[in-house]
Design a binder for this molecule. Structure first.
Ligand code: GSH
Length: 209
Protein backbone atom coordinates (compact mmCIF):
# COMPACT_ATOMS: atom_id res chain seq x y z
CA UNK A 1 0.00 0.00 0.00
CA UNK A 2 1.23 3.45 -0.94
CA UNK A 3 0.21 6.98 0.03
CA UNK A 4 0.86 9.75 -2.46
CA UNK A 5 0.96 13.38 -1.31
CA UNK A 6 0.04 15.53 -4.26
CA UNK A 7 -1.00 18.89 -5.59
CA UNK A 8 -3.09 18.74 -8.79
CA UNK A 9 -0.94 18.57 -11.92
CA UNK A 10 2.36 19.03 -10.07
CA UNK A 11 5.46 16.82 -10.13
CA UNK A 12 3.38 14.07 -8.51
CA UNK A 13 1.67 13.52 -11.87
CA UNK A 14 4.18 11.00 -13.22
CA UNK A 15 4.14 9.07 -9.93
CA UNK A 16 0.35 9.05 -9.92
CA UNK A 17 0.24 7.81 -13.51
CA UNK A 18 2.68 5.04 -12.63
CA UNK A 19 0.46 3.98 -9.71
CA UNK A 20 -2.59 3.91 -11.97
CA UNK A 21 -0.80 1.96 -14.69
CA UNK A 22 0.45 -0.54 -12.11
CA UNK A 23 -2.99 -0.96 -10.58
CA UNK A 24 -1.62 -1.22 -7.06
CA UNK A 25 -3.79 0.12 -4.22
CA UNK A 26 -2.86 3.55 -2.88
CA UNK A 27 -4.35 6.46 -1.02
CA UNK A 28 -4.13 10.11 -1.96
CA UNK A 29 -3.43 13.04 0.35
CA UNK A 30 -3.86 16.49 -1.13
CA UNK A 31 -1.34 19.15 -0.12
CA UNK A 32 -3.11 22.51 -0.43
CA UNK A 33 -0.66 25.04 -1.89
CA UNK A 34 -3.22 27.84 -1.40
CA UNK A 35 -2.92 27.23 2.33
CA UNK A 36 0.86 26.79 2.05
CA UNK A 37 0.46 23.32 3.53
CA UNK A 38 3.69 22.21 1.85
CA UNK A 39 5.54 24.39 4.36
CA UNK A 40 3.54 23.33 7.42
CA UNK A 41 5.21 21.29 10.15
CA UNK A 42 3.10 18.21 9.38
CA UNK A 43 4.19 18.05 5.77
CA UNK A 44 7.79 19.10 6.40
CA UNK A 45 8.11 16.10 8.69
CA UNK A 46 7.46 13.95 5.61
CA UNK A 47 9.29 16.05 3.05
CA UNK A 48 11.84 18.49 4.52
CA UNK A 49 12.12 20.33 1.18
CA UNK A 50 8.42 21.23 1.30
CA UNK A 51 7.68 20.01 -2.22
CA UNK A 52 5.40 17.41 -3.74
CA UNK A 53 5.43 14.57 -4.40
CA UNK A 54 6.00 12.48 -1.34
CA UNK A 55 5.29 8.79 -1.57
CA UNK A 56 4.96 6.75 1.60
CA UNK A 57 6.30 3.29 0.87
CA UNK A 58 5.94 0.63 3.54
CA UNK A 59 5.35 3.35 6.12
CA UNK A 60 8.36 5.49 5.16
CA UNK A 61 8.14 8.78 3.25
CA UNK A 62 10.31 9.41 0.19
CA UNK A 63 10.66 12.29 -2.28
CA UNK A 64 11.82 13.12 -5.83
CA UNK A 65 9.35 12.38 -8.59
CA UNK A 66 11.72 10.59 -10.98
CA UNK A 67 13.15 8.38 -8.24
CA UNK A 68 9.67 7.50 -6.96
CA UNK A 69 8.39 6.60 -10.42
CA UNK A 70 11.47 4.46 -11.04
CA UNK A 71 11.04 2.77 -7.67
CA UNK A 72 7.45 1.88 -8.52
CA UNK A 73 8.49 0.50 -11.91
CA UNK A 74 11.09 -1.63 -10.17
CA UNK A 75 8.71 -2.89 -7.49
CA UNK A 76 6.06 -3.84 -10.05
CA UNK A 77 7.91 -5.35 -13.02
CA UNK A 78 4.72 -6.98 -14.32
CA UNK A 79 3.45 -3.53 -15.32
CA UNK A 80 6.37 -3.30 -17.79
CA UNK A 81 6.92 0.38 -17.18
CA UNK A 82 10.69 0.07 -17.49
CA UNK A 83 13.16 -2.31 -19.14
CA UNK A 84 14.55 -4.74 -16.59
CA UNK A 85 18.10 -4.36 -15.28
CA UNK A 86 20.46 -6.07 -17.69
CA UNK A 87 18.10 -5.82 -20.67
CA UNK A 88 19.32 -4.15 -23.89
CA UNK A 89 17.09 -1.07 -23.47
CA UNK A 90 18.04 -0.40 -19.87
CA UNK A 91 20.77 2.13 -20.69
CA UNK A 92 18.45 4.10 -22.98
CA UNK A 93 15.77 4.09 -20.28
CA UNK A 94 18.19 5.44 -17.66
CA UNK A 95 19.58 8.00 -20.07
CA UNK A 96 16.13 9.42 -20.88
CA UNK A 97 14.91 9.38 -17.28
CA UNK A 98 17.95 11.36 -16.18
CA UNK A 99 17.76 13.72 -19.13
CA UNK A 100 14.15 14.56 -18.28
CA UNK A 101 14.88 14.84 -14.55
CA UNK A 102 18.23 16.65 -14.74
CA UNK A 103 17.94 18.84 -17.80
CA UNK A 104 14.31 19.49 -18.71
CA UNK A 105 12.41 19.49 -15.40
CA UNK A 106 14.69 22.08 -13.66
CA UNK A 107 14.17 24.47 -16.58
CA UNK A 108 10.45 24.44 -15.79
CA UNK A 109 11.19 25.54 -12.24
CA UNK A 110 13.07 28.50 -13.74
CA UNK A 111 10.21 29.20 -16.15
CA UNK A 112 7.51 29.16 -13.45
CA UNK A 113 9.56 30.71 -10.62
CA UNK A 114 12.25 32.82 -12.35
CA UNK A 115 12.73 35.10 -9.36
CA UNK A 116 13.42 32.27 -6.90
CA UNK A 117 17.07 33.05 -6.33
CA UNK A 118 17.73 36.31 -8.15
CA UNK A 119 14.55 38.42 -8.44
CA UNK A 120 16.33 41.21 -10.30
CA UNK A 121 17.27 38.81 -13.10
CA UNK A 122 13.85 37.12 -13.34
CA UNK A 123 13.11 38.25 -16.91
CA UNK A 124 16.44 37.00 -18.22
CA UNK A 125 16.14 33.72 -16.33
CA UNK A 126 12.64 33.15 -17.74
CA UNK A 127 13.79 33.91 -21.26
CA UNK A 128 16.75 31.54 -20.91
CA UNK A 129 14.48 28.82 -19.50
CA UNK A 130 12.20 29.12 -22.51
CA UNK A 131 15.12 28.76 -24.91
CA UNK A 132 16.39 25.74 -22.95
CA UNK A 133 12.98 24.04 -22.83
CA UNK A 134 12.44 24.50 -26.56
CA UNK A 135 15.88 23.09 -27.27
CA UNK A 136 14.94 19.99 -25.25
CA UNK A 137 11.68 19.56 -27.17
CA UNK A 138 13.58 19.78 -30.46
CA UNK A 139 16.02 17.16 -29.25
CA UNK A 140 13.29 14.77 -28.09
CA UNK A 141 11.20 15.29 -31.20
CA UNK A 142 14.17 14.53 -33.45
CA UNK A 143 14.77 11.34 -31.48
CA UNK A 144 11.11 10.32 -31.81
CA UNK A 145 11.21 10.99 -35.57
CA UNK A 146 14.00 8.44 -35.87
CA UNK A 147 13.28 5.96 -33.11
CA UNK A 148 9.64 6.52 -32.07
CA UNK A 149 6.75 6.45 -31.71
CA UNK A 150 7.76 6.20 -28.01
CA UNK A 151 11.03 7.25 -26.45
CA UNK A 152 12.21 3.65 -26.30
CA UNK A 153 10.58 2.63 -29.58
CA UNK A 154 7.51 0.42 -29.92
CA UNK A 155 6.64 -0.02 -26.26
CA UNK A 156 5.38 2.90 -24.16
CA UNK A 157 6.65 3.22 -20.60
CA UNK A 158 7.69 5.41 -17.72
CA UNK A 159 9.91 7.75 -19.76
CA UNK A 160 6.92 8.57 -21.96
CA UNK A 161 4.69 9.30 -18.97
CA UNK A 162 7.40 11.51 -17.54
CA UNK A 163 7.69 13.39 -20.84
CA UNK A 164 3.89 13.69 -20.90
CA UNK A 165 3.85 15.42 -17.50
CA UNK A 166 6.47 17.90 -18.69
CA UNK A 167 4.63 18.43 -21.99
CA UNK A 168 1.52 19.29 -19.99
CA UNK A 169 3.47 21.89 -18.04
CA UNK A 170 4.36 23.60 -21.34
CA UNK A 171 0.72 23.98 -22.41
CA UNK A 172 0.54 27.75 -21.82
CA UNK A 173 4.04 28.54 -23.03
CA UNK A 174 4.56 30.53 -26.23
CA UNK A 175 5.60 27.31 -27.97
CA UNK A 176 4.02 24.29 -26.22
CA UNK A 177 5.57 20.85 -26.65
CA UNK A 178 2.71 19.81 -28.92
CA UNK A 179 4.01 22.27 -31.54
CA UNK A 180 6.49 19.51 -32.35
CA UNK A 181 4.73 16.82 -34.44
CA UNK A 182 6.18 13.67 -32.90
CA UNK A 183 5.70 14.96 -29.37
CA UNK A 184 2.10 15.82 -30.27
CA UNK A 185 1.54 12.28 -31.54
CA UNK A 186 3.09 10.80 -28.41
CA UNK A 187 0.91 12.96 -26.17
CA UNK A 188 -2.26 11.97 -28.05
CA UNK A 189 -1.47 8.28 -27.79
CA UNK A 190 -0.76 8.41 -24.04
CA UNK A 191 -3.78 10.62 -23.30
CA UNK A 192 -6.03 7.99 -24.87
CA UNK A 193 -5.12 5.57 -22.08
CA UNK A 194 -7.61 5.00 -19.23
CA UNK A 195 -4.96 6.07 -16.69
CA UNK A 196 -5.03 9.65 -18.04
CA UNK A 197 -8.80 9.97 -17.67
CA UNK A 198 -8.68 8.51 -14.17
CA UNK A 199 -5.83 10.82 -13.20
CA UNK A 200 -7.93 13.83 -14.25
CA UNK A 201 -10.86 12.63 -12.15
CA UNK A 202 -8.73 11.93 -9.08
CA UNK A 203 -6.61 15.09 -9.19
CA UNK A 204 -9.53 17.26 -10.35
CA UNK A 205 -7.71 18.42 -13.49
CA UNK A 206 -9.48 20.05 -16.43
CA UNK A 207 -6.92 21.81 -18.65
CA UNK A 208 -5.15 19.89 -21.44
CA UNK A 209 -7.49 16.86 -21.24
N1 GSH B 1 12.92 17.70 -7.67
C1 GSH B 1 11.60 17.63 -7.08
C2 GSH B 1 10.88 18.93 -7.40
C3 GSH B 1 9.49 18.96 -6.82
C4 GSH B 1 8.85 20.31 -6.97
O1 GSH B 1 9.51 21.33 -7.29
N2 GSH B 1 7.55 20.32 -6.74
C5 GSH B 1 6.81 21.58 -6.82
C6 GSH B 1 5.52 21.38 -7.61
S1 GSH B 1 5.82 20.89 -9.27
C7 GSH B 1 6.40 22.01 -5.44
O2 GSH B 1 6.09 21.19 -4.60
N3 GSH B 1 6.38 23.33 -5.20
C8 GSH B 1 5.91 23.88 -3.97
C9 GSH B 1 6.82 24.95 -3.47
O3 GSH B 1 7.92 25.12 -4.04
O4 GSH B 1 6.42 25.63 -2.52
C10 GSH B 1 10.83 16.43 -7.65
O5 GSH B 1 11.02 16.14 -8.84
O6 GSH B 1 10.08 15.78 -6.92
Amino acid sequence: MYTLYFSPGSANLVVHLALLEIGSPYTLERVDFDKDEQHGARYLALNPLGVVPTLVVDGKPHGEAAALAMLLAERHPDARLAPLAGSPQRADYLQWMFYLANTLQPLFRQWFFPGDHLPEAAETIKHAARIGIEKCWSHIDAHLAQHGPHLLGEQHGLVDFYALMLMRWSRNMPRPATSWPHLAALASALKARPSWKRLYELEGLTEWP
